[in-house]
Design a protein around this ligand. Structure first.
Ligand SMILES: [Zn+2]
Length: 154
């Protein structure tokens, strides 16, 4: 045990002042609760009281003690979950490129829809297979585009 050499007297109400040097180095603020321990007949130990509530969310349920801190299961899970970080980082992965890919895909579909419409005008009696041949795409793509054209009201 280290002797600080600091001595304080009890006042008339039995109070003592915790020296400011100790308060500052031990991170004790005005209003903080202090715990008393009895070491032996002569020695009383004071300690800043840490309640057993979670340091992060103040929950009292399923609290674990870790490195001088109490932490609840929920906060522990959040801290330890590697998926949390990657999920947050995901939108940062080049959103500009993503956007341009989406745009080009949309443009291609619109372009093909227009070509299909034109082909249907030019070959009014052509079936899907023939239209697919004209446009150089699959029959499935033709029927997909046809549905798209009819739903957009063209
Ligand atoms: Zn918590």
């Amino acid at each position: 045990m280290k002797d600080t050499g600091m001595i304080r007297s009890l006042d008339s109400l039995g109070r003592i002042v915790v020296p400011v040097e100790i308060r500052m180095t031990r991170n004790i603020d005005i209003g903080d609760p202090i715990e008393f321990f009895i070491l032996n007949e002569e020695i009383i130990v004071l300690r800043k009281y840490t309640s057993t509530e979670c340091t992060f969310c103040r929950s009292l349920d399923h609290v674990t003690y870790y490195k001088d801190q109490f932490i609840c299961n929920n906060c522990l899970k959040e801290l330890g979950d590697p998926g949390r970080l990657s999920a947050e980082a995901e939108p940062l992965e080049d959103p500009a490129e993503d956007e341009s890919i989406r745009n080009s895909r949309r443009t291609k579909t619109e372009e093909m829809s227009q070509r299909l419409e034109k082909a249907m005008v030019e070959h009014p009696y052509a079936n899907q297979k023939e239209l697919a041949g004209v446009l150089g795409i699959s029959q499935a793509r033709v029927s997909q585009l046809k549905r798209k054209i009819s739903t957009t009201g063209k």
